[in-house]
Ligand binder design. Structure first.
Ligand SMILES: Cc1cc2nc3c(=O)[nH]c(=O)nc-3n(C[C@H](O)[C@H](O)[C@H](O)COP(=O)(O)OP(=O)(O)OC[C@H]3O[C@@H](n4cnc5c(N)ncnc54)[C@H](O)[C@@H]3O)c2cc1C
Length: 468
């Protein structure tokens, strides 16, 4: 029997996707319809045991495995190559919530659970699962762990890494590592679980996770305001933190150019303010029901900033519908850009205090290279994370612009390094940024990463060609 026949026998018909039409969704990334090569086999195991069986057969036969979750990663990490020899292993059938414990404040979920399902289960138990991002209706826990996802609440609760208490992982040799503990304290040597967080499926397949739950923060105050420039946005963040401390749960910077993509192309989005402005901030404070002072704090800080000319206009969300409308404008920018046509994307971070100088310098350098370039810049300012995305001049033929992609990206990444930043704040490396990682990451870090990979996956079958 060939390896593929062995896998088919182990999983049965429910675990194999053989019709090319049925395979198509697994080969299409969310934003750009990027087709990810040609899989030898597409499998959907239903249990950890089945995942281990597939990986064990692959290990015995030297066949590569590509783990895949909700397919929203956007950097090609969950896509097979073009060889027609790799097994694409989608986790979406592992979608059970195994246990939710309000005394331990933890939930144990399988890797294929969609983030929204976990958020809802936590809310039903009067708890918060503290991760929120635009793809939460599709992204899965395994993918979120493998990419160490961030999102809009990182400023207060940290990234996915901070939410993970324990993991269950199928290792590249097919054994199951049971690190599914719910402990807040465990100093018994190396923290193995963290190795798999952010590894983009190159060290093993996450099949389940124990995640921390937090008290719900039902009182939420949201403001959408126009700010003079990024310096004013950074000053506003500092003011809000001084007034409300850790109640600041979101602080998003949005350029007018970025917002216009949502307003022009996504039905149902509307400008929250009357007149256009070059920059906006979407800020949110959250706390327990008893914290009645949050709206006062927000209004006071905004009024002071208005007096100083840092804020030029603003609106508070007076209803849940209004709040949702504010967030629509922010969350639908990516979709608007996708509808508008091809662009060049960068998901970068620099220290928050250096964002204004970085933006000024990089904007000027890009404008010198491509007069009229549209920079759709937006992101999680409090985390120093910008989606620094480029579109061709309005009305211009995109082809010559896209042909300069490598040069434009190299310029942006070089500036990011000049300002002490990172070329991947959220989405990871996948295949898309592999060459840039090799160009820009320091050699010793790369060597240590290769040694970890070789120790866990000496045969190199686990998501080969990704990250390093
Ligand atoms: C509209 C939109 C908004 C987004 N906003 C954000 C944001 O604010 N913050 C952010 O961080 N990201 C964001 N993303 C990116 C994306 O949603 C995250 O990277 C997410 O974590 C990917 O999860 P997924 O289940 O779709 O993983 P996939 O795309 O399927 O896979 C991503 C990587 O993880 C690996 N992988 C998947 N499942 C497993 C597993 N069980 N075990 C081991 N490896 C696995 C894959 O091999 C691949 O390398 C956004 C994406 C979209 C489309």
């Amino acid at each position: 029997m060939s390896a593929f026949e062995e896998i088919a026998a182990a999983l049965g018909p429910a675990g194999i996707v053989s019709d090319p039409a049925d395979q198509a969704p697994y080969l299409t990334e969310w934003r750009n319809g990027r087709i990810g090569g040609r899989p030898g086999l597409v499998v959907r195991p239903g249990t950890t045991g089945e995942v281990a069986a597939v990986v064990g057969i692959c290990a015995a036969n030297g066949v590569a495995v590509v783990p895949q979750g909700g397919n929203t990663g956007l950097v090609g990490g969950g896509m097979p190559d073009a060889s027609g020899t790799q097994v694409l292993l989608n986790l979406s059938r592992l979608n059970r919530i195994r246990d939710l414990d309000t005394l331990d404040d933890s939930v144990v979920v399988e890797a294929g659970c969609v983030l929204k399902t976990v958020q809802d289960a936590a809310a039903a138990a009067d708890r918060l699962f503290a991760l929120s991002l635009g793809s939460e209706g599709s992204a899965q826990i395994g993918g979120l762990i493998a990419t160490n996802a961030g999102g809009t609440m990182t400023v207060r609760y940290g990234n996915m890494r901070e939410q993970v208490l324990g993991l269950e992982v199928v290792l590249p040799d097919g054994r199951v590592w049971n690190g599914l503990r719910r402990l807040r304290k465990d100093n018994t040597g190396y923290d193995l679980r963290q190795m798999f967080v952010g590894a983009e499926g190159t060290l093993g397949i996450v099949t389940a996770a124990a995640l921390r739950l937090l008290p719900r923060q039902p009182r939420v105050e949201t403001a959408f305001c126009a700010v003079r420039d990024p310096e004013a946005a950074v000053a506003l963040l500092a003011g809000l933190r001084a007034a409300a401390g850790e109640a600041v749960t979101a602080f998003e910077l949005i350029s007018r150019t970025a917002m216009t993509f949502a307003l022009d192309h996504v039905p149902g989005t509307a400008d929250p303010l009357d007149a256009p402005a070059p920059w906006y901030v979407l800020a949110e404070l959250a706390g327990p029901a008893a914290r009645a002072d949050l709206a006062d704090a927000l209004e006071r800080v905004l009024a002071d900033a208005l007096d100083r000319g840092e804020v030029t206009d603003g609106a508070m969300a007076t209803s849940e519908a209004r709040r949702a409308a504010f967030w629509q404008v922010r969350e639908r920018i990516t979709e608007g850009r996708r509808i508008a046509g091809s662009g060049i994307n960068h998901d970068i971070s620099v220290p928050t205090s250096r964002i204004p100088a970085f933006v000024r310098r990089c904007d000027a350098d890009l404008a010198a290279m491509v007069p009229g370039i549209r920079i759709a810049n937006f992101g999680h300012l409090a985390d120093g994370n910008l989606h620094y995305n480029l579109n061709p001049p309005a009305g211009a033929d995109p082809a010559p612009f896209l042909a300069r992609k490598d040069a434009l990206t190299a310029l942006v990444h070089d500036r990011v390094l000049d300002f002490g930043g990172s070329i991947s704040a959220e989405h990871g490396i996948g295949t898309l940024k592999r060459a840039e990682l090799a160009r820009l990451k320091d050699p010793l870090s790369l060597e240590l990463m290769r040694r970890v990979k070789a120790a866990l996956d000496p045969a190199g079958i686990m998501n080969p060609g990704k990250v390093i």
